[in-house]
Design a protein around this ligand. Structure first.
Ligand code: UDP
Length: 403
């Protein structure tokens, strides 16, 4: 794990001084993060880096994970999809299952922080344990068009929090509590993002039997319908008619995502034994993800809905040309034709991929712009700074907080 001082050459001394100053003001406070999985997905990715860095800065930060069974996670996945605006049939039974597991967690989990930082809907009902401490609800989902039944249900809990945090302005909601807009981030020094020697990249390709004889198009995502892996295969097939290339669809599963096995089967069926399609069920190994991203000619993120899309930031940080859907937090990262290409359909995705593969100079330029954009806006130091300001704001009554 990188030492905090190692960030100075990347972000500059003034930012580091600022972080230390803010950390000093938080001395004595315990921050307790709570989410629903320790591995898999963007939240675990961020917390696994942020918690140790905050500790190193001297902010006493802890991380707990709620427990839930298969039924509970099936329900919360339905909620997740419904909040993203997908049609889902939500029954009273689903709410009952949610509350039963929530009640068990309320009884089992030791709430000891001065600031309790709850991520996404799964642990939201823990607010029932609120006493004198401060509670933040951090929503990582694109809730710009949520299923109203689920949203109203969650609102019963949200109103008891002190503040809510959303990733993008378009996700903000009319609510009685204060809300903050803080976008996620990547850690430039993590195994997922740090520079890799070419031998490491080559050995990962070898391990997965991928040759470097044709361009590589890659999407790395959980096998989730909202990531549209089947759409990526369709786009690849269209590209392949004109340019010989190969496709990597790589993903692991998250402990709180019960749908992935089914989606993986759909993906395998759609790839119809094309030897140039590599479907990889990855272990939790950040170096492997890093190497696959670095080995790629074009990175795709063809999500139908997306909270933020850390994979886009990860690819841009590696100066890769990225083709991604114009959804959720992705347009914060990609300014169309400047730091990547946005698409709205399979046809649009294949057109953009072809454009990059046929124009390496153009691809390179947009990749470089992308890296600069991520460097200026989406690194973990900016994220930590905004969170610390948020923590401090909880102890001030003023209505306006400038971040
Ligand atoms: N990821 C990974 N292995 C995989 C698939 C995804 O390490 O097999 C990582 C990916 O690199 C990113 C995170 O999981 O850091 C996914 O975050 P994102 O915001 O893209 O999507 P989410 O899964 O949270 O919807």
């Amino acid at each position: 794990m990188a030492n905090i001082e190692e960030y100075i050459p990347i972000v500059g001394q003034p930012i580091m001084d600022d972080l230390k100053l803010l950390a000093e003001k938080l001395k004595g406070k315990v921050i307790q993060h709570i989410n629903s999985t320790a591995v898999g997905g963007g939240i675990a990715e961020i917390l696994s880096r942020m918690v140790p860095l905050l500790r190193e800065l001297g902010v006493d930060t802890r991380w707990d994970v709620i427990r839930g069974g298969e039924q509970f996670f099936e329900v919360t996945k339905k909620f997740h999809n419904a909040l993203h605006g997908n049609p889902e049939e939500i029954m009273q039974r689903d709410f009952n299952i949610f509350m039963e597991t929530s009640q068990k967690n309320i009884e089992a989990l030791d709430i000891h922080g001065d600031i309790i930082f709850v991520h996404d809907p799964q642990p939201i009902a823990l607010i029932k344990k609120k006493t004198g401490n401060k509670w933040i609800w951090r929503c990582h989902i694109d809730v710009s068009n949520p299923n109203q039944r689920v949203w109203k249900f969650l609102e019963n809990f949200i109103t008891n929090y002190d503040s809510a945090v959303f990733s993008a302005p378009s996700f903000s909601q009319r609510m009685t509590i204060r809300q903050f807009l803080i976008s996620p981030s990547i850690d430039p020094l993590s195994d997922k993002n740090r520079e890799l020697p070419q031998e490491t990249i080559d050995s990962v390709l070898k391990k997965y039997n991928i040759k470097k004889d044709k361009p590589i198009i890659t999407q790395i995502s959980r096998f989730d319908r909202l990531k549209d892996p089947v759409g990526v295969i369709e786009a690849y097939k269209q590209v392949k008619k004109y340019i010989d290339c190969q496709l990597i669809l790589a993903g692991g599963s998250a402990a709180d995502d019960p749908e992935s096995a089914e989606v993986l089967e759909e993906v395998k069926a759609r790839s119809e034994h094309d030897k140039d399609i590599h479907i990889l069920l990855l272990p939790q190994d950040d170096i492997v993800v890093n190497a696959l991203q670095r080995a790629s000619s074009v990175i795709v993120q063809k999500s139908l809905k997306e909270g933020f899309g850390l994979t886009v930031a990860e690819a841009l940080w590696k100066s890769k040309p990225v083709v991604a859907s114009n959804v959720g937090g992705i347009p914060l990262q990609i300014k169309h034709k400047y730091s990547g290409l946005l698409c709205h359909s399979i046809d649009g995705a294949s057109f953009a991929i072809k454009q990059f593969l046929a124009n390496p100079e153009y691809a390179k330029k947009l990749g470089q712009n992308g890296r600069e954009h991520i460097s200026n806006n989406f690194l973990i130091t900016r994220h930590i700074r905004e969170y610390m300001l948020l923590f401090l704001s909880l102890y001030h009554k003023e209505d306006v907080v400038y971040l």
